[in-house]
Design a protein around this ligand. Structure first.
Ligand SMILES: C[S@@+](CC[C@H](N)C(=O)[O-])C[C@H]1O[C@@H](n2cnc3c(N)ncnc32)[C@H](O)[C@@H]1O
Length: 373
């Protein structure tokens, strides 16, 4: 089915996994449930509130436009804040400054890069924000967490956001609000690399889904917010990699893929043959004098067209996999005494990592299990 798609149809389906799921449901009937199972509430209160929560451009020095809007949308979705905030992996504190300005409550940040800490504190001082960023490794064993603060994390990767879930719940923080990303960055796995869920309920369930931590990359593989130029460059490089792949298999007489490192964008300007020479050098391979680069480039373009069509199917499982991860987090927080909301805090076009897990502590002392992190 996917093989017959035209380029235009393929372009349309790349950003429409729900439509793709409908087509694929002819072969895998469970996919008819796709929209129902992946649909989530919008947690954004509406445009006027989002604009009110977003730092005005004149105060957003050093803040990329998209980050300014993401921080504003995140702040708006949290509604009125009851507590001072602790911004986990804060970078320069774009979210901290947005939250402090919007809520009139103090914000503290934890960030381990001293340069970002310095720049963030300078920015906060310059604009008179009630923000203090601390140079802190959030994975440190002796980490101390201020009580009665609202833990927030915007796009802290993998174990970093899982650490806030665990340490924040163990410290009985009154509220935890997290927009997760890069799920695959984890040490939280078995020795065979199988990802370990957080919640007792999911762990007790004899789960048929046992993803390898590398498989979790799929959940964040999309370029929906990349500018057209970056998308075009990514496509060219994929075609070249596949072209070189065909060439190296022919030269070596060995039908196996060779992993290549990432290459400098400068190489793109030098053309396909220069790319092949670079790749061959990396793999200590001699290319024959008479290599027909036009032939192998055409081969790469053809293979890329096929791979792109097969990837449409793979990408149908991207959001379900992400939700599977985040629902485990939600159940974990419920087990720790929180009431949890899960939804989108902004449009996918602003960031595809637009899920917000917002947990308010409702009861009891935290049930501390031994930490795997
Ligand atoms: C993807 S950025 C997100 C930054 C910020 N939350 C935002 O949305 O702009 C992740 C940040 O985590 C920081 N980081 C990575 N590992 C860390 C650790 N172990 N402790 C503290 N910060 C860390 C990085 O330096 C980086 O600034």
């Amino acid at each position: 089915m996917v093989k017959e798609l035209t380029d235009a149809e393929c372009d349309e389906l790349v950003d429409a996994p729900g439509v793709m799921a409908k087509h694929a449901a002819r072969f895998l009937p469970e996919l008819a449930l796709y929209e129902r199972l992946t649909g989530l509430p919008e947690l954004s209160p509406g445009l006027a509130d989002v604009v009110a929560a977003t730092l005005p451009e004149v105060r957003a020095t050093d803040m990329p436009g998209r980050k300014r809007e993401q921080a504003g949308a995140f702040a708006a979705a949290l509604g009125p804040l009851q507590h001072a905030t602790l911004d986990w992996c804060s970078g320069k504190g774009h979210l901290s400054r947005t939250l402090a300005a919007h809520s009139q409550k103090r914000a503290e940040g934890y960030e381990w890069d001293p340069q970002l800490v310095l720049s963030g504190n300078r920015l906060a001082a310059r604009f008179g924000d009630s923000v203090q960023i601390h140079c802190q490794d959030v994975m440190a064993q002796n980490l101390s967490i201020p009580g009665a603060t609202h833990g927030v994390a915007l796009h802290a990767c993998g174990d970093l956001h899982r650490q806030l879930l665990r340490r924040g719940a163990a410290a009985a923080l009154p509220r935890l609000s997290i927009s997760p990303c890069c799920y695959h960055k984890t040490f939280h796995k078995t020795k065979d690399g199988i990802y370990k869920v957080l919640s007792e309920r999911a762990a007790a369930y004899d789960n048929r889904l046992k993803p390898h931590s590398d498989d979790l990359r799929l959940a964040v593989r999309e370029t929906v917010t990349a500018p057209a130029g970056v998308r075009a460059q990514t496509q060219t490089l994929s075609q070249w990699r596949l072209g070189f792949d065909g060439l190296q298999r022919a030269v070596r007489g060995d039908d196996h893929y060779l992993q290549l490192p990432s290459c400098s964008p400068r190489l793109i300007r030098k053309g396909f043959s220069a790319f092949c020479h670079w790749a061959a050098e990396k793999k200590q391979l001699r290319l024959p004098e008479n290599t027909d680069f036009d032939y192998w480039l055409a081969h790469g373009i053809q293979r890329h067209a096929e791979v792109r069509r097969y990837e449409l199917l793979r990408h149908v499982f991207r959001r379900p996999l992400e939700l599977w991860m985040v629902l485990d987090y939600a159940v974990y927080l419920e087990e720790q005494g929180y009431r949890v909301r899960l939804g989108h805090f902004c449009a996918r076009s602003l960031t595809p990592r637009n899920l917000l897990l917002d947990a308010v502590r409702v009861c009891g002392t935290p049930r501390v299990r031994h930490s795997h992190l």
